[in-house]
Design a protein around this ligand. Structure first.
Ligand SMILES: *Cc1c(COP(=O)(O)O)cnc(C)c1O
Length: 437
């Protein structure tokens, strides 16, 4: 069997799913994660877009730091091969490769929404003429609240300062041309274009290079919230000229609840010490940090946005997962992801087609609202269900599927290439096919 099959070459049989698994070069990675149990068996986990599974190595990494603390206390900052004093540096190479940045352009610190505000403090400095934030309508709520309160914080009415790009009537996702036209139309009044990389609800992956270019054409900054993108799609933030970005580590990046956030600041800004920011001692020049003198001197690069000393336990868990991603590589992951998601899409559509003949009752039509074009999505598929949507979701849950439900009637499923198998997809589709039948 070829390694990369097209939609039309898929077959709905269980044997075919087994063959796909057999030929999957990443199949062994599944064994490196803990799956919750349902009736004594592994659940069918499709919620990696919300909280990734625990990698096996995390417990050991946490124990290691507990031991270090127990045995060295304050000296732990300086001792061992990963002294806490420098801990954030041990995550830089993997983070840089993950998002396509230089090591000096990334750092892991705080949590996502906190970082979004810190970055906006530098990149959203509105004036009377240039004060607008262009964002996607239906952005993740935290991003909406962050942008709304940023506008107010600077004395602007969000109604005028925030420009949302919405889908056209009757459509579920955004058209790139509409995003670019909106940026163009508001022109010199735009301060920042702030988009999600992948929209959490529809799973749409936006054209980040095109949006960045359009923002720059009107003299605005381009920033992205990559919560649903990091670990899901290969990124080239440096080459694309993205100004800033942030992401969380607990979704696709499997680093545990409330896990730390990564940030990216392009070197053209990171190396500019005059760029205003909110500072703290951990972002201060290392050579003079402990002199406790007046005058903030930022470390060049993204590290200069750090405030506090590193959250060692969170970073230790995150490092285990980052190392896994680094071992596999985003391009290899994406290759499997493209096929895995296409396969699930094929199976869902096949289920739809089977319904009229296998089921005389009104059955829910499973309408995938995630873009069909693989270039415009990561692994997640968002399924708009009919009036029986909630019943369908509960039925899946009772049958050991972990997916998630978004009001009013969307079921989101994310086949994650690192730990989901083709047979997981097959079993999910089989359950969908049996619902109400
Ligand atoms: C998950 C998610 C968040 C969550 O933010 P936290 O600060 O980590 O709680 C924010 N924005 C987006 C786009 C998300 O997907």
């Amino acid at each position: 069997m070829k390694s990369n099959l097209q939609q039309q070459e898929f077959s709905p049989t269980h044997d075919f799913a087994r063959q796909l698994d057999k030929n999957d070069p990443l199949r062994s990675y599944r064994q490196r994660f803990f799956f919750p149990k349902h009736n004594g068996k592994n659940v069918l986990y499709f919620c990696g877009n919300s909280l990734g599974l625990q990698p096996h190595g995390v417990e050991k990494a946490l124990r290691r730091e507990l031991k270090h603390w127990r045995e060295h206390a304050v000296e732990g900052h300086f001792r061992g091969d990963m002294p806490w004093m420098h801990y954030h540096k041990f995550l830089l190479p993997q983070s840089a490769r993950l998002v396509g940045g230089l090591e000096t352009e990334v750092v892991v610190m705080n949590t996502l929404t906190t970082n979004l505000h810190l970055l906006m403090a530098s990149f959203y400095r509105p004036t009377k003429e240039r004060f607008k934030i262009v964002m996607e309508a239906g952005a993740f709520p935290s991003d909406q609240y962050a942008m709304e309160t940023q506008a107010r914080w600077h004395g602007f009415d969000p109604a005028g300062a925030i420009v949302e790009v919405a889908p056209r009537p009757g459509e579920e996702t955004l058209r790139t041309e509409d995003i670019l036209a909106t940026i163009e139309r508001h022109g010199p009044s735009v301060a920042v274009v702030m988009f999600g990389g992948v929209n959490y609800y529809t799973g749409q992956y936006f054209d980040l290079p095109a949006i960045t270019k359009a923002a720059h054409r009107v003299g605005a900054y381009a920033g992205f919230d990559l919560a649903h993108t990091a670990g899901n799609l290969p990124l080239h933030l440096h080459d694309w000229g993205v100004d800033f970005a942030c992401w969380c580590s607990y979704k696709y990046l499997n680093s545990g609840p409330g896990g730390p956030s990564g940030i990216f600041v392009h070197e053209k800004h990171g190396n500019d010490p005059t760029l205003p920011r909110l500072g703290g001692w951990w972002g201060h020049d290392e050579g003079s940090r402990f002199q406790m003198k007046k005058g903030f001197i930022p470390i060049p690069g993204a590290a200069g946005w750090q405030l506090s000393n590193a959250q060692i336990f969170s970073l230790a868990a995150h490092k285990v997962s980052l190392d896994l991603f680094d071992e596999v590589g985003m391009d290899t992951l994406r290759e499997k992801s493209l096929q895995l998601t296409a396969y699930l899409e094929f199976l869902i559509e096949h289920t739809n087609n089977q319904q009229p003949t296998t089921n005389n009752q009104q059955s829910p039509r499973l309408n995938i609202i995630t873009p069909k074009n693989p270039e415009e999505r990561g692994c997640q598929l968002s399924i708009l269900t009919g009036s029986e949507g909630r019943k369908l979701f509960d039925y899946l849950t009772e049958n050991g599927v972990v997916a998630d439900w978004r009001e009013p009637n969307v079921v989101r499923v994310a086949p994650v290439p690192l730990y989901n198998s083709y047979r997981d997809c097959w079993r999910l589709a089989e359950l969908l096919g049996r619902f109400g039948g």
